[in-house]
Design a protein around this ligand. Structure first.
Ligand code: PBG
Length: 323
């Protein structure tokens, strides 16, 4: 036999030298769920290993994560006060702007701070936009989202990330940021976000489940890859600095397709349900968690993601799963 691919897989050093995909800690983004009470922390039943935190535990956690090389965070706020127009989420003194200010004051540019911009955690109906006549209204939602993004950007967020899936929100947010002189605030669009069962644990964590109906009139249909590409093209044209595919694991083909269609940086969101499935199987001893997490993070990278938002991030670095 002349051709034997196994020759190049014979030793660990050969395998390492020829690895096509590598995963650097700088590619990881760790999500955090912020509680309004500064000293609070609370477990999330469906996401073992992840907890909601108030400002004080968050600061300690971020400091420890920085020592691991985990230098990017994505912040989600939890809100006690909920109403029809998401006023708590738009409050410049709200839980997210306060945390952003404090994180940037403490860690400056050693930390990348991204914030999720969406109304669902602070609307009384749990939808991502304004709900009227049983339908999520597109255009009335846009100024509210812009106000929320401005509150985060003024507090010093490096990146604002709209996840609502309203049409035209990237253009509206970008224009609002420019108008306010916030030229350097980057916009990461959740451009390609599917209506997915994989968000279940997140909605427990962020208390953001819709009280009626579902999100299928605004989030993408999981059957549609062309529509997915179109959403990312539109957001690029509207001025997004980065695009995202979410969820990631069942949508690796979409990551590869969007990668091929844009030269913008691309982010994969390894979402809550993907995390919880791994945790549940690992707890039962059914899978080797380290190996599975490594494959998942590398797989998303191999498919074309530059960054991966993952709840596994901190544990993977702490336990050396990626090396
Ligand atoms: C808010 C939002 C959701 C997620 C991120 N931002 C939930 C949703 O759209 O219902 C999901 C993240 C995850 O599952 O980890 N719109």
């Amino acid at each position: 036999m002349r051709i034997r691919p196994r020759r190049l897989r014979r030793t660990p050093l050969l395998r390492e030298a020829l690895a096509e995909t590598r995963f650097a800690p700088a590619r990881l983004v760790q999500p955090h769920f912020l509680l309004p009470d500064d000293n609070a922390r609370s477990a999330i039943a469906s996401m073992p290993g992840i907890e909601r935190m108030g400002l004080e535990p968050l600061l300690a956690r971020v400091e420890a994560d920085l020592a691991l090389g985990l230098a990017s965070v994505l912040l989600f706020g939890l809100y006690e006060h909920k109403d029809a127009h998401a006023s708590a989420a738009r409050d410049p003194e709200g839980v997210v702007p306060r945390a952003v200010r404090e994180l940037k004051r403490r860690f400056g540019d050693d930390l990348v701070v991204a914030t999720d911009v969406c109304l669902c955690a602070s609307t009384d109906h749990g939808h991502c936009g304004v709900l009227e006549q049983g339908y999520v209204q597109n255009d009335p939602s846009l100024p509210l989202l812009a106000e929320m993004a401005l509150a985060h950007a003024r507090a010093g967020a490096d990146i604002v990330a709209p996840s609502d899936m309203m049409d035209g929100r990237v253009a509206v947010l970008r224009d609002a940021l420019e108008r306010e002189g916030l030229h350097e605030t980057a916009l990461l669009s959740y451009s390609t976000k599917f209506a997915s069962g994989f968000y279940g644990p997140f909605r427990e964590a962020a208390d953001s489940a819709p009280k009626s109906g579902d999100r299928r009139s605004y989030q993408l249909d999981p059957r549609n890859a062309r529509a997915a590409r179109r959403e990312s093209e539109l957001d690029e044209a509207e001025g997004a600095d980065m695009l995202m595919v979410k969820p990631a694991l069942a949508y690796l083909d979409v990551i590869a397709a969007v990668r091929a269609a844009t030269s913008l940086p691309l982010v994969a969101y390894n979402v809550s349900g993907e995390y919880s499935m791994v945790k549940a199987a690992a707890e039962r001893g059914w899978i080797d968690e380290a190996a599975v997490v490594r494959e998942i993070l590398l797989g998303m990278t191999r498919a074309g993601a530059d960054l991966v938002i993952s709840y596994h991030g901190r544990e993977a670095l702490e336990k050396g799963w990626l090396t």
